[in-house]
Every structure is written in C-alpha cells, then in structure tokens.
Design a binder for this molecule. Structure first.
Ligand SMILES: Nc1ncnc2c1ncn2[C@@H]1O[C@H](COP(=O)(O)OP(=O)(O)OP(=O)(O)O)[C@@H](O)[C@H]1O
Length: 257
C-alpha cells in the first residue's frame, strides 16, 4: 500500500496567540488504500478546553487523534487544508496516550510514570515526587512498586494516564483512557481529571482531546463534543455542553450518532 502525507503541520504562534485555537484542523481526509476513513473533517480545540470525540467503533477516532499527534499511520494517505497543533521550541507540544497502555514491562508502576517526567526533562527527584503524588491520586499509591504484569487492566490504564499527564505537554491526546476501568473507577478517575484540569493541576497542559465511546463520559467531562458519523466519517455534530446544558446536549449527541 502506498504511503503519502500532504499534511504540513504549521508551527504556529496562533497555538498560543490570544483567542486563537490551540488546535485547528480543516478539511482533513484520511484514506487507507482506496477507502476514505475520514472525509473533510474540521476540528478546533481552544486553549483551556476539553473536547471529546465521540463516534461508533471503527469510524476513525483513533486515526484522527494519531494525525493530531503527528503519528499518522504509514499506510494512510492524509490530506488537509490545515493541521495546526501546538509547537514548542520546534517540537510538537503534545502528549498522546494510545488505546493500549504501552507500559514498559521492565519498569515498575512508579518507573513507568516517572518516564513522563523524564520526557519533560524534570530533575530526578522532582519527577519521582510528582509521579508518587500522581499515583496516589489515581488510587495506586500502594502499587507503586508493582510490575505492569502484576496490575489489572484498569490499574495499568491509570498508570498510563498518569505517565501521559506527567509529560506536561500543552495538548493531551487521550484515546479511550478509561476504557478498561470498571464503572466506579472510571467515574472517579474521570472526576479526578476534571478537577485537576479546572484547578490547574495538570501543570502546563492547556487542552485535552479525549476519544471515547461513552456518551455519559463525554457529557460529564467535555466542554464540547465532536460527533463523528457516517462512512467515510464526517463531523455530524459539534455540541457545546456548557451552552446547551447536559439534557439538551445528550439529545443532540444521540440524534447525531
Ligand atoms: N493501518 C491501517 N491500515 C488499514 N486500515 C486501517 C489502519 N488503521 C486503521 N484502519 C481502518 O480505519 C478505520 C478507522 O480506524 P480507527 O482505529 O481510527 O477507528 P476508531 O473509531 O478509533 O475505532 P475504535 O473505537 O473501535 O477504536 C477502521 O476501519 C480501520 O480498520
């Protein structure tokens, strides 16, 4: 299969400029072979926002996130009028958490979270302290010395979220971060993320894009919900949860799915 990419992510002052969106995607089409998966997708994420991307399984949510992370699959043909993501000193200022947790098996839970601090360039002691605090907040304080294979799927996922948060990038891309969690843990981890985000606890992170299947999770956590639908997928609705209120937002989302 041929691979070509026509996207040239802009190094953009606009990413930090007053009033300009942190992320701006216009007219994004992604194809695998002859098949368009995404067609003409527009997406903006403002500074300070959490945007949820919601859609049926296989519609292209992960593919969209990978394009934002600059990790478009080799097999893909990616064409867009515009893809702007934040940059910092010449590198993309983005942390991406894939659907699978991708923990390093040779590092304990704490060591895996510490890795986020290494990526960020925090001094050794500071990154260990920050990782320990994060693990405790995620209810994993007692498991910091456990190896990944000793953790449940949900615990592993929380370690991976903590690692991504500690990377301290301006834009956080989370692909189904709570997918393997049971309903209770899912709610409390989501609530934690919400509180930290609103109180500045995510450090340098300014905005979050969250991919999810879960309508209620999107309604609870997101400022705006972008619904992808159809085949190839397009944006079928952009729902401003704060403006509409949860009830009306839920009806609009369900109608667009
Ligand atoms: N590397 C690839 N080569 C060929 N097809 C691919 C590749 N990656 C993804 N696809 C196809 O693109 C479509 C979208 O996949 P993607 O993983 O983005 O969907 P998704 O909405 O995230 O799904 P899910 O919610 O189930 O994770 C699927 O039909 C998938 O088979």
């Amino acid at each position: 299969m041929s691979s070509s990419t026509d996207v040239r992510p802009a190094r953009t002052g606009a990413a930090g400029g007053a009033g300009a969106p942190l992320v701006e995607v216009r007219g994004l089409t992604v194809a695998f072979g002859e098949r368009d998966v995404l067609r003409g997708v527009d997406l903006t994420v403002d500074d300070g926002e959490l945007v949820a991307v919601l859609g049926a399984s296989g519609c292209g949510k992960s593919t969209l996130l990978r394009v934002l992370a600059g990790l478009e699959p080799r097999a893909a043909r990616v064409v867009a009028e515009e893809v702007r993501v934040p940059w910092d000193a010449g590198r993309r200022d983005v942390a991406w958490m894939p659907q699978h947790d991708a923990l390093l098996p040779w590092r304990r839970a704490l060591g895996n979270v510490v890795l986020g601090g290494e990526v960020r360039g925090l001094p050794r002691r500071e990154r260990r302290e920050a990782a320990t605090t994060l693990l405790a907040r995620f209810g994993l304080g007692g498991s910091s010395r456990a190896w990944p294979h000793e953790l449940s799927g949900g615990m592993r996922q929380r370690v991976a979220v903590a690692r991504t948060v500690l990377a301290g990038r301006r834009l956080l891309l989370l692909d189904e971060p709570f997918g393997a969690l049971d309903a209770l843990t899912r709610r409390s981890t989501g609530a934690w993320l919400d509180v930290e985000r609103r109180t500045g606890g995510l450090g340098p992170t300014r905005a979050v894009v969250l991919v999810t299947h879960d309508v209620e999770e999107a309604l609870t956590l997101a400022d705006r919900i972008v619904v992808l639908g159809g085949s190839p997928a397009r944006v079928s609705a952009v729902v401003n949860v704060a403006e509409l209120g949860e009830g009306s937002a839920r009806r609009t989302v369900l109608a667009a799915l």
